[in-house]
Design a protein around this ligand. Structure first.
Ligand SMILES: O=C(O)c1cc(=O)[nH]c(=O)n1[C@@H]1O[C@H](COP(=O)(O)O)[C@@H](O)[C@H]1O
Length: 276
């Protein structure tokens, strides 16, 4: 899916919501534990409840990897379910990979060829040759960590070199030379507020994956005010606030309501900030 197609989905749905599938056996409603594959049953119900209100899903592989073979099967089945039922949805494997070239090739092959996701989150720390294997798949996307939502973003990403350039700025500036803004996207945490202005000075045209609203306290309004571009350019993720809005048998209805609430706020943001 290219940027223009993603934007068309955003316009059609009046939403730039990405639902994070951080599905945790310890948090899903008890009655689902009777299923052969409880996480898959949970994911299917969440996906059916939220699909009208989002344009993307982001299964976080940690939650599947932790369950071994069974978890990987759940991951694969979940991606296949989205592909089959909701082919317009953009699917991001949140894997935060990044290793030397030949290892990166294995990761890229696994996620793009076998798991068939559209995009993978990748860490920039090991540099160009660690990211390149993912860029050999022209129809797929790298979502590079730039300025993350967590407190530890201060430890390295916000530190300055002797010219006053912060590390996240260097990541954005240099990595742009590795791929076009069709293939590269960046993670910028919603908790970074006005720093979106600085991000947009360097990458005005890229799509940004923005986690950190809801449970982490980031502001949707601030993200949109400083981060929206003429193709929206934002995929705003929410995981726990949607998945665990209710722990009873009504969990899917609660997820539906939460996703719809965010979609309505996003429709307002599009009216307010698109092309402003
Ligand atoms: O790459 C990510 O998706 C990511 C980057 C980041 O800076 N912060 C961040 O929270 N995430 C992920 O986004 C999701 C946020 O989940 P909630 O805080 O529950 O909405 C989790 O899957 C995190 O791993």
């Amino acid at each position: 899916m290219n940027k223009q197609q993603l934007f068309q989905h955003i316009q059609k749905k009046q939403s730039f919501l990405c639902v994070g599938l951080d599905s945790d056996l310890k948090k899903i409603p008890d009655h689902l534990l009777e299923n052969d594959d409880p996480l898959y049953a949970f994911n299917k119900a969440i996906i059916d409840a939220t699909a009208p209100y989002c344009v993307a899903y982001k299964p976080n592989v940690a939650f599947y990897e932790a369950l071994g073979d069974k978890g990987w099967m759940t991951f694969e089945k979940t991606v296949a379910y989205i592909r089959q039922r909701y082919p317009d949805q953009f699917i991001i494997a949140d894997a935060k990979r990044g290793d030397i070239g030949n290892t990166g090739e294995m990761y890229a092959r696994f996620y793009f060829n076998d798991m068939k996701v559209d995009a993978v989150t990748v860490s920039p720390y090991m540099g160009e040759d660690s990211v390149k294997p993912f860029l050999l798949y022209p129809q797929h996307h790298v979502v590079l960590l730039a300025l993350t939502s967590n407190k530890g973003a201060q430890d390295f990403q916000l530190t300055e070199d002797c010219n006053g350039e912060r590390l996240f700025e260097k990541v954005l500036r240099i990595s742009q030379t590795w791929a076009s803004d069709e293939q590269m996207m960046y993670v910028v945490g919603a908790t970074q507020g006005h720093l979106f202005e600085d991000v947009r000075k360097i990458v005005p045209h890229h799509f940004l994956l923005v986690p950190g609203i809801g449970a982490q306290g980031g502001s949707l309004e601030e993200v949109c005010k400083y981060g929206m571009n003429s193709l929206c350019g934002l995929l705003v993720n929410s995981s726990r606030a949607i998945l665990y809005a209710d722990s009873s048998e009504d969990f899917a209805d609660a997820a539906h309501d939460e996703a719809k609430k965010l979609q309505l706020q996003m429709a307002d943001m599009l009216t307010k900030y698109l092309n402003k």
